[in-house]
Design a binder for this molecule. Structure first.
Ligand SMILES: [Zn+2]
Length: 273
């Protein structure tokens, strides 16, 4: 199967009956249960449900099928094989490429909702017709989807990796240190600052590893490895409530497979075999 998601945009794209339609409602995605699989309904199935929705946006292709997103604000009757899945659960239920598509869909909706009015003069904005952007009809200010870069870093010390429990984590999960890039900061400095602020450690040999969208609502996660340089663990107590050095044989609960954090942790495990 060619399960591939391609990012596209075309504000004038006509919707066809077989286009995948990503319908959001109150932090949930409308999906169809097809035997053991969860699938995205197509446009003509959505039409039959008679759901009212706001502007729809074309945002890419999944398996060569057009993808559109829209949001409904009204309760609607769920037919038997349909269900609403909370966005925070969806990553565990579907394949990664589809998760990427859902992320982009969510990010576009979030941008649409937060850019109804011009940030400069307050006039109601319009969708631009030649690109995925909004324009103010009065002052011509153009607004693109917002992307907020954030770093996530695996700090290693020989066979050990630093894992931390954030007070916002569910259960007793431990993960890597992460944080948003500040205005005017380069990525190396973000890594150094976040690690020092959150756990009181200095790091060196910072190397980029991989990146991933985190479109809930609008981050781009940039993953790094860094080596321990100096300092003792001292958690900030605000975000991080506990942190420690772990070897691969004594890991606590760590993030799920589809997350960037987990992919970096898995790579660390591979490296230390
Ligand atoms: Zn304006």
């Amino acid at each position: 199967m060619n399960n591939k998601f391609i990012v596209l945009s075309d504000m004038n794209k006509e919707i066809k009956d077989n286009a995948l339609f990503f319908m959001f409602f109150n932090g949930n995605l409308l999906v169809k249960q097809d035997n053991d699989n969860i699938v995205i309904p197509v446009f003509n199935e959505i039409e039959k449900l008679k759901i009212k929705y706001g502007d729809k946006f074309f945002f890419g292709e999944f398996n060569n099928q057009d993808c559109f997103v829209a949001e409904t604000y009204e309760e609607f009757i769920l037919l038997e094989n349909y269900k609403l899945v909370p966005l925070y659960e969806i990553g565990t239920l579907i394949e990664e490429e589809l998760f990427t598509a859902i992320g982009r869909a969510n990010q576009i909706l979030n941008w649409d909702k937060t850019h109804k009015f011009c940030g400069k003069c307050g006039t109601k904005t319009e969708n631009k017709n030649n690109e995925l952007a909004k324009i103010c009809p009065k002052c011509k200010h153009v607004m693109y989807p917002v992307i907020c870069p954030a770093i996530i870093v695996a700090v290693t010390r020989g066979e050990e990796i630093l894992l931390a429990h954030n007070k916002g984590f569910k259960n007793n999960m431990y993960s890597l240190i992460a944080g948003f890039v500040e205005a005017g900061e380069d990525l190396t400095n973000t890594v150094k600052r976040e690690v020092l602020e959150e756990v009181g450690i200095k790091v060196k040999n910072i190397k980029f590893n991989r990146s991933s969208h985190w479109s809930f609502p609008n981050s781009l996660m940039l993953g790094f490895f860094a080596e321990y340089e100096s300092g003792e663990i001292k958690v900030d107590g605000e975000e991080i409530v506990h942190a420690d050095w772990f070897t691969k044989d004594n890991f606590p609960t760590i993030p799920q497979k589809f997350t960037l954090a987990r992919k970096i942790i898995d790579e660390f495990v591979e490296k230390t075999k």
